[in-house]
Design a protein around this ligand. Structure first.
Ligand code: PLP
Length: 353
């Protein structure tokens, strides 16, 4: 920004969790009809749970304060104490849930390294243990869609069907971490229930791209959700007049899903500008998560991030010489223009020196 410019708002691309509730969400929260949800008395929570179960094509859904708690509840219900979970190596479950599966249920993760984030039946062949008294017993297979650390990649329905089929043949249940499953829907035009149909349980977040202030849901068969209710209570996640939160979630579902495709367009526009910079190699984004590999010998991504920050634009050092930007409803096309201008400006300066 040059001196004399009107101060403009920060363009925050660190995550799609930085959004604040829209006016419609705030109104709905204030006016929500509520009751004690632990006693089953909150009509707004029940409406949200029924709506998400319907969208996912599952018998029931359960409202949680966070996605981590919903994921860990699914693991605790599906897998026996000290069993092993097959999971793609760069999953949220591996990197960002602070060993919760081990701490809470004595579970061991079996991370499987893949090229593109997609687990296949062949990966399962190699990762599932033989029946042996010396080895862990495999208890569950987990998927993530869209896959955050693989640049918001959409795992295709056919790949989920093949993997779940192979898991079920071995008697293994499948859990889907679908924090951003809404983005798979927006990117492919397929309803989220198509991605959820092959798996036994699925978690979806309201507080990522959909922009609600709080909440995730876990969906599955009625008997699974009955067990999940007990675990949620045990973890301290059973709430009271949580209809105030669920009300924002219902608005998020109604008001935000149709515009997620705009976020994908914005991510692609920013990706194209980043890609023009020497030493930056962008994975073309399929959804709203943009990852770029940076050449550390050129001082990247640090020097670029500092330049952007001085221009009021925030991106994230994702580790491993990667830069991350995530689009969301707080970043409109004018803000994207500003980001592109700042990137082009830096590229031209960098060339001169
Ligand atoms: C954010 C996220 C979670 C956890 O959700 P929280 O609400 O932060 O607990 C789980 N999985 C993925 C892929 C995520 O991006």
């Amino acid at each position: 920004m040059s001196p004399g410019d009107a101060p403009s708002a920060v363009v925050d691309l660190r995550s799609d969790t930085v959004t604040v509730a829209t006016p419609a969400m705030r109104r709905a929260m204030a006016e929500a009809e509520v009751g004690d949800d632990q006693l089953g008395d909150d009509p707004t929570v029940r409406r949200l749970e029924a709506e998400v179960a319907r969208l996912l094509g599952k018998e029931r859904a359960l409202f949680f304060p966070t996605g981590v708690m919903a994921n860990q509840t699914a693991l605790a219900v599906h897998a026996d104490w000290a069993s092993e979970i097959v999971v793609e190596a760069d999953s949220h479950l591996v990197h960002w849930e602070d060993s919760a599966a081990a701490a809470l249920k004595g579970l061991q993760l079996r991370p499987v390294i893949t090229e593109d984030g997609v687990l296949t039946p062949e990966h399962l062949d190699a990762a599932v243990r033989p029946d042996s008294r010396y080895q862990p017993r495999t208890g569950l297979v987990c998927l993530e869609n869209t896959h955050l650390a693989h640049g918001g990649r959409v795992i295709p329905v056919e790949a989920i069907e093949r993997l779940a089929g192979a898991a079920h043949e071995r008697g293994l249940p499948v859990h889907l971490d679908g924090a951003r499953l809404w983005h798979a829907e927006a990117a492919t035009g397929l309803p989220i229930r198509a991605f959820a149909a092959p798996v036994d349980s699925v978690m979806v977040a309201l507080s990522k791209g959909l922009g609600a202030p709080v909440g995730s849901l876990l969906a599955g068969r009625a008997d699974f959700i009955e067990q999940a209710w007990r675990i949620r209570r045990r973890l301290g996640g059973s709430m009271r007049q949580s209809g105030h939160l669920a009300a924002a979630g219902l608005v998020a579902l109604a008001e935000q899903r149709a515009r997620l495709a705009d976020d994908h367009v914005h991510a692609r526009r920013i990706a194209a500008a980043l890609d023009r910079i020497d030493g930056v190699q962008v994975t073309p984004p399929m959804t709203n998560v943009l990852l770029a590999r940076c050449d550390p010998s050129a001082g990247l991504p640090g020097s670029l991030l500092a330049h952007l920050q001085a221009e009021g634009i925030l991106m994230l050092d994702f580790g491993g010489h990667q830069l991350r930007a995530v689009t969301h409803f707080g970043v409109d096309s004018a803000a994207v223009d500003r980001v592109i201008e700042a990137l082009d400006g830096w590229r031209n300066t960098a060339r001169r020196v």
